[in-house]
Design a protein around this ligand. Sequence first.
Ligand code: SAH
Ligand code: SF4
Ligand code: F3S
Length: 481
Amino acid sequence: MNKRLYIETVGCQMNVLDSELVVASLRQRGYELVESPKHADTVLFNTCSVRQHAEDKIYSALGRLKHAKQHHPQKIIGVLGCMAQKDQKLIFERAPYVDLVVGPGQLHQVPDLIEKIAQGSGPCMEVSLSRKDGSRDQISRSHESFDPLRDPTMRPTPFQAYVRIQIGCDKFCTYCIVPMVRGPEQGRAPEDIVSESRVLVDQGSKEITLLGQTVNSYRYRHNGMTTRFSDLLSMLHDINGLERIKFVTNHPKDMTDDLLCAVRDLSKVSPYLHIPAQSGSNRILTRMKRGYTVEEYLEMMQRIDDTVPDAAVTSDFIVGFCGETEDEFQQTVNLVKTCRFKNSFIFKYSVRPGTKGAEQLTDDVPEAVKKRRNNELLAVQNTISAQDNLRFLGRTLEVLVEGPSKTAVKQGASAKAILQLTGRTPCDRIVVFEGNERQIGQILPVTCYDTTSFTLFGLVVTSHIGPHAYDLEPLKASAQK
Ligand code: SAH
Ligand code: SF4
Ligand code: F3S
């Protein structure tokens, strides 16, 4: 059997990490990755259900494979992840040539299932229990998927890695499908998180990003001892060679003082906090079942400002949620103006069958209105981001250099030449500057000379690079000639 694998990933960082694990497990069985579904024997889609658009994209991609499957019936087509868990058999109905449907909790079974299908078993489906189909413990077990294997080549860069510390979500915001597709909230044992992080650092990771749907509600109880999220950060801070710790996504209700003190006191923890507000209207927040008021959100922002004054706070917003009036939307605009987020991700409400929102509320804001509100809020946020970035002019920032910038990649720049590079500050701002291949993977001081809403432009202060970064021998040799 040929073993050429194509995998396409949509959705959040959890999915990026899941795809890394699936690829690692298939590599162990001799698979190699290829760039296009055309050249692959196995085509996998790791899917997302958070908005309709994400699902439509996958169904169209599946549609495009229909023809290929007719001509090459031995090609194995698999749908993994959140949409597999949500749509289950419906996927076979909509695309009868799909061979494999696997939920996020069963991804470790993918290599065996592919082998079974290759041997002629016919279509296979493995998914977790739905949230009404058993005791909490049974449902939790069926979603459990902690991470045995890693594949360095599948990471965002060789120096950055994701680490899952929690799966699932128990918040049940009325618009959101995640608790249904990822199951009950479960924290992972701290010693497992620390030992996995050590391995990642040994493999070259300088930065790890801890992942959880509500990462700051992380708690692990064992033998009468409770490890809070702030305790976990302290444990990770002690890992030699690890330089940066980031974490997403935070829930406003769980932004406790001990966590803020940990962000302030632990130098490796980035002062970057993604804490979605979702709306600036109390009536809408109640309808969303977010569990806080605008006043409580503002009080949290004040505590952040008091404890970690330089923290960069980012947010998510949903516009056009069921019943959102123009006035309520303006309250969201006001919240953005008051909080002056570093950045906001703005989404048009998309009804998700299976959620309380779909069952009990009416999606009554017309698409054109959602679009206009989205654009208006985005414009307000972009102006704030552009204004706030101006304060970095002339400042020197610590940048983890990730690689060639998008423009350099598009222009097919040779890595050896002077190159436009991109990297990030501890507060997750993107910095673009001219540099050299050898600087990729280093943390460098870069001085900012220009800014836009999304990017800082800088010059690298090369005098700060340690001697190890240079190979001086050729220079010395030519000087002696
Ligand atoms: N666990 C994270 C992320 C959830 S999904 C959190 O709690 O913030 C990421 C973002 O998608 C959410 O913050 C929300 O703004 C948006 N989102 C979720 N469901 C949505 C829906 N049905 N329609 C539009 N946007 C949605
Ligand atoms: Fe979805 Fe709300 Fe859970 Fe985030 S906290 S994953 S928005 S239910
Ligand atoms: Fe999407 Fe699943 Fe992430 S629904 S946002 S891929 S948890």
